[in-house]
Design a protein around this ligand. Structure first.
Ligand code: FAD
Ligand code: NAD
Length: 469
């Protein structure tokens, strides 16, 4: 049996899968009077991903960059049902979603189904491993909150073990070598944050070890940040050089072992490099549930993601919209795109609710057999006119606001479409505060802004905490 949910039978059921950038933007803009709204996500909170690397280095507390989904839905006009569960299957033919509670607290996995009229599919992506041996066993990721917390823990483990009395110099070098794989924005920002942690705090707490800490960024392509302009790439590379972060380009990680990484070097030679910790930031791949959905729809033939039309309707399925990192569109998989798509869909769903309401009135008249009755002519014409007005949906239009990345050493790069050549690469306090205020102003709630600003102030006054629980 399906779950007992308190639904208004007059309204259609809108199920939203996910609680990330896309799903949360819809929830913010949606008029919940229009539907019975259900949110299903294995994470009962929204995560502000741009600041995740700051959690990994202890600059921010994990709680500061998350916001409970119930906190968001609590302020809506009509009740929204939030279910902490993972969608395991979507049946587009019968319009049913299956989901499971994997918490394990009841000693077993509970699974159930829910029929939908409209489904918003916003489950994001997971980290791509290319099935490279050892990645899942020995490397950490930088995708979810627990990844950042685990990394912070492991990093401190490496440092404390290196500080253990009698530790050999060779083993110290290994433990204090951090390898970041992937020179995309995630890998670059994380390396920059690690460098700041080292310069601003670790040098004071572990003066005898600080000089031995080494950060290596490995990138398979000829440069880091391939989506940024040449000028910004060079600025980043020279900043990293000064910061003593080694960049290995045209270098591919082939395997990760317990205490080393195996690299295919630009000259095709294979080199095994000892290290204490590896962080894997090599891009996105689709989740299993998305791959399964693609396999069910003959119209879906792109292995990069779900194909949607200009209105974010899933090709080949009725009543499903898809957005964000799980889709294959002309746009990069960014928070900026997912958030704008979410805003757009919130408006479209309102539009569709109006259209459905008029259609329902026409269907009732048709069922009563009065469509041809002369006394109903005026009413039917008026409804048909309104329906025609709501029939036409505006397509999604993306407005690029620029890309911004923090590269450590109080420096940031920005690719701004409205700023001269578009490239802004500066350092010093102004950029630093520009970067920070840009993030503060896009953080979703006053609560998060306050928490993040307080964390930054605490770090300025007392430094990052190197103690662990
Ligand atoms: P997500 O935000 O990932 O949300 C997916 C949601 O689906 C999550 O709530 C997840 O729990 C849920 N989910 C997963 N599986 C299921 C399931 N089976 N059933 C139901 N729900 C499920 N982009 C920028 O534009 N600027 C930045 O500065 C930036 N910085 C980033 C930093 C880091 C470290 C990372 C990892 C990414 C960054 N991005 C940035 C990219 C950005 O985070 C993504 O593009 C964005 O999160 C995509 O939004 P989404 O809604 O598609 O997916
Ligand atoms: P990405 O796909 O942008 O970069 C991953 C990099 O890893 C690629 O350059 C790839 O060549 C490299 N790589 C893959 N396999 C490798 C291997 N075996 N050895 C060495 N290198 C390997 O991934 P990302 O940085 O996580 O970013 C994902 C998305 O999120 C992007 O769209 C990005 O723009 C967005 N994002 C934006 C920001 C920002 O704007 N500040 C920050 C983080 C992420």
């Amino acid at each position: 049996p399906g779950p007992q949910l308190d639904f208004d039978p007059e309204k259609k059921t809108l199920v939203i899968l996910g609680s990330g950038w896309g799903a949360t933007s819809i929830l913010k803009g949606l008029d919940t009077e229009d539907y019975n709204v259900v949110v299903i996500s294995p994470r009962n909170y929204f995560l502000f991903t741009p600041l995740l690397p700051s959690v990994a280095t202890g600059t921010l507390s994990p709680r500061s960059i998350l916001q409970s989904t119930r906190y968001i839905t609590r302020h809506k006009k009509r009740k929204v049902t939030v279910i902490e569960a993972e969608a395991t299957d979507v049946d587009p033919a019968n319009k049913i979603v299956t989901f499971s509670d994997n918490s394990g607290v009841q000693g077993q996995v509970w699974s159930t189904t829910l029929p939908y009229d409209y489904l918003v599919y916003a489950v994001g992506a997971e980290t791509q491993t290319f099935n490279i041996p050892g990645v899942r066993e020995y490397a950490g990721f930088m995708k979810e909150l627990h990844d950042a917390e685990k990394m912070q823990d492991k990093f401190m483990d490496c440092i404390e073990s290196a500080a253990f009395p009698g530790q050999s110099s060779e083993e110290q070098d290994r433990l204090l070598h951090i390898v970041v794989v992937g020179g995309g924005p995630t890998g670059v920002e994380l390396s920059g944050e690690l460098h700041d942690f080292l310069e601003e705090d670790l040098k004071h707490w572990y003066p005898e070890l600080a000089d031995k800490i080494k950060i290596t960024l490995v990138e398979a392509l000829p440069s880091v940040l391939p989506s940024f302009s040449r000028q910004l790439i060079e600025y980043t590379e020279s900043t990293f050089k000064e910061a003593k972060i080694d960049i290995l380009t045209k270098t591919m990680v082939k395997e990760i072992k317990e205490k080393s990484v195996v690299l295919a070097m630009p000259d095709k030679s294979i080199k095994e490099v000892p290290c204490g910790m590896v962080v894997w930031a090599a891009g996105n791949t689709l989740r299993k549930v998305t791959k399964d959905l693609i396999a069910k729809l003959p119209e879906q033939d792109n292995r990069r993601g779900l194909i949607v039309d200009d209105h974010l309707r899933l090709k080949g399925a009725d009543g499903i919209f898809a957005l964000g990192d799980c889709t294959a569109t002309q746009y990069a998989p960014t928070a900026q795109v997912a958030a704008q798509q979410g805003n757009y869909l919130a408006r479209i769903l309102q539009h569709i609710a109006k259209r459905d309401h008029i259609q329902k009135q026409l269907d009732v008249l048709a069922a009563e057999g009065v469509v041809d009755a002369p006394e109903k002519k005026g009413e039917i014409e008026s409804l048909a006119k309104q329906l025609a007005k709501w029939e036409k949906l505006r397509p999604f239009h993306y407005s690029h606001q620029g890309s911004l990345a923090y590269i450590g050493s109080e420096k940031a790069i920005a690719d701004l479409p409205f700023f001269g050549s578009g490239n802004l690469a500066t350092g010093g306090m102004i950029t630093y505060y520009f970067w920070r205020s840009a993030y503060l102003s896009t953080l979703f709630s006053l609560r998060n802004r306050t928490l993040v600003a307080t964390d930054w102030m605490k770090v300025k006054m007392f430094g990052r905490d190197v103690a662990r629980d």
